[in-house]
Design a protein around this ligand. Sequence first.
Ligand code: AMO
Length: 447
Amino acid sequence: MTARTPVSQLAALPDGPVTVAGWVETVRDQKKVQFVILRDETGSVQLVNPAVRELDPETSDAATADAFAVTNEISALAHGSFIKATGTLKHDERVKLGGLEVKIESLAVVSEALEAPIAADSSLDKRLDWRFLDLRQPKQNLIFRVQTTFLHALRTVWVEKGFIEIHTPKLMASASESRAELFQLEYFETVAYLAQSPQFFKQMAQSAGFGGIFEVGPAFRADPSFTSRHATEFTSIDSEFSWIDSHEDVMALHEELLVAGFQAIADKHGDEIREAFGVEVTVPSRPFPRVTLADAKRIVAERGYEVPRADADIDPEGERQISAYVKEEFGHEFVFLTDYDSSIRPFYHMRREGDPSVTNSYDLIFNGVEISTGAQREHRIDVLEAQARDKGLEPEELAFYLDFFRYGVPPHGGFGMGLARVLMLLLGESSIRETTYLFRGPTRLLP
Ligand code: AMO
């Protein structure tokens, strides 16, 4: 490892010699003194050099010659270059940036930068073209530290419950959700499909006797739309577990995970998020409000918004409206929409005992946008086959999946949740393009 002190650790050191390494954020090249703000992945620090502008080779001592060389190097520094500097650390309360300064003794340009093609205020598309430079901004970096904290908190809950982490295949012989939005690719002598979700394989784990499982992995949807909430590849947070009585058990786990995740984010990043994004992280209270889909449509109609198709799912504007209602009525940022009609749910959702026109399922809306779908699954093979047929699916195509239910399977359920959507809505960002490491859409396969 290169010997250097991460910037965040400087505050704990006494005054004395240090080596730091990072990107040149700014250079203030004044006549008598030069300042360089250096940033590494942990923070920024001010480097200072008393400028020596002239050198008399006859009379100057070695120290002055070194200072002269450093002065010239600083004057030539390009924004974004990666440098390593050795010098003397000094704690000084007058220095705005962290009350610290490093007086440079020697400096080396490790990797020189060209002039940056983007700035913080460049268009989103241009920033995505140069995503590696865009991500250097502390605000962008924070998104992925928040993501790490969130997933770590979720994993802690799952692991404490004895859930098993699985990694399901993304190359499949069939569709995993509907035949719409399906990517097909050549696969030797046949064709394969990219997994739209781990749905079938997380249910397989229930038949395999794993009990609770979770997966955080890629999902693919050939969705040609350009909305702020759709990607053709996204990270899906999935969980599935056995021995449930209804979708209420799934919602309870979902709440527990989100409370733990948001608590961890608030504790670790609440201040930084307020400063960088101007939003307050609210840890949701339990239970989250629940509204049936039918009631949600009625409520938004009473608010003056008519959902375009009464027999379909609530549309994005309807989601915004019901969310606004719940915020006003219950002061809550989340709402479970429950009791989805069987006609608009996949064949694998369990239909209600005594009223098969509704399913034991829900969507979770957060700050106006759907982040998740969950359900109790149909585990009775005869009912499952009938429901598949009812949806126009041929049981032969699904033979491998239906087999999971022929050899004894416990009642089970689970959910899938879009990671980038959660982060977008938590941070008040306008698009999942901002909260996805590298966005993939209909016209974006690069970088
Ligand atoms: P669903 O299709 O509703 O359910 O997807 C679950 C969640 O995944 C996210 N999501 C997307 N995010 C970005 N771009 C997309 N194109 C996209 N499509 C979906 C959303 C959505 O709520 N198997 C079920 C889940 C389950 O029942 O366990 C499923 O895939 O946040």
